[in-house]
Design a protein. Structure first.
Length: 296
């Protein structure tokens, strides 16, 4: 076996559609493949070159995992008392919520699961530094106007980069202002564009300027360090917007949400992923949507 892909809860179908014939078997949300690991936007975590390990006992399982490396995260498929007993014998891996903008963990974190009472599947090399790709934060329940800010916090944490004080950010479709609040709190200058007004608390921030117009009617002009979009629109329309701003040469960095309707538009998602230097991924705080990032 050469790879395994863990789907976010509720999005197994999207991941299976994305991987297509590469899927050889499934273990709950974990899709197994005989092919080498490749990018998969709908995977919360990608296991590279997982190993099947025969075990004789709970102690033997823990010993064999520790012999490979220190840090492991369990993916448990259904109620698995045996797997939890093995996990208890492994070194503790802290999964406490992050206080943004703390950095993502840098230590290698492997993933494992119990395929059978006497058989482990373990991958010391995984794409996410978080257990099962699930990022948790100490939430701010008083300042942001909605919970959309958590997506931007997570995107910055995963990308290990975010706007610096004084940089100019264009927030398209900004109302009520969750993303503008994040950007302003980082010290950036925010141009918030939306026909709908911002939440009064966000509009009152000294480094936020609201422009009451359509994000799609705005023409590229001034130099922008970051362009953000959490607009609810068809992915094809967002792609045209991104392509227009890319062609203008006025923007350095992009972070946008692709929001899907009843059907997942894999074709347009692939066009986003094909943009040179692009990253396309499903955040733990995303719903039926993907995050597109292009950092330069």
């Amino acid at each position: 076996m050469s790879s395994a892909y863990l789907a976010a809860a509720g999005y197994e179908a999207q991941l299976r559609e994305e991987l297509g014939d590469a899927v050889s078997a499934a273990h709950g949300r974990l899709l197994l493949s005989d092919a080498p690991a490749r990018p998969a936007a709908w995977a919360a975590n990608i296991w590279r070159e997982p190993q099947r390990i025969a075990i004789a006992s709970i102690g033997d399982a823990a010993q064999k995992l520790r012999a490979i490396q220190r840090n492991w995260a369990l993916y448990a498929e259904g109620p698995s008392g045996r797997a939890k007993l093995i996990a208890e014998r492994l070194p503790h891996v802290s999964a406490k919520p992050i206080v943004f903008p703390e950095s993502a963990p840098s230590a290698p974190l492997g993933s494992w699961t119990l395929l059978a009472p006497d058989l482990l599947l373990a991958a010391p090399d995984c794409s996410s530094p978080f257990p099962n790709g699930e990022v948790q934060f100490v939430e701010d329940k008083s300042n942001p106007p909605n919970r959309a800010y958590l997506k931007l916090w997570e995107a910055f944490t995963v990308l290990r980069r975010y706007p610096q004080p004084g940089e100019t950010c264009l927030d398209l479709g900004a109302s009520p202002g969750g993303w503008s609040w994040v950007l302003a709190s980082l010290g950036a200058k925010v141009i918030a564009v939306d026909k709908a007004p911002l939440d009064p608390k966000i509009a009152a921030l000294k480094n936020v300027e609201w422009r009451g117009q359509s994000a799609f009617a705005l023409e590229p002009g001034e130099k922008i360090d970051w362009l953000f979009s959490d607009i609810a629109c068809y992915p094809e329309r967002l792609l045209k917007l991104v392509e227009r701003w890319l062609a203008s040469g006025t923007v350095r960095n992009f972070v946008c949400t692709l929001k899907f309707q009843a059907q997942t538009d894999h074709a347009t998602a692939a066009q986003f992923a094909a943009i040179p230097g692009a990253k396309l991924f499903h955040l733990h705080h995303n719903k039926h949507e993907l995050t597109f990032a292009l950092l330069r």
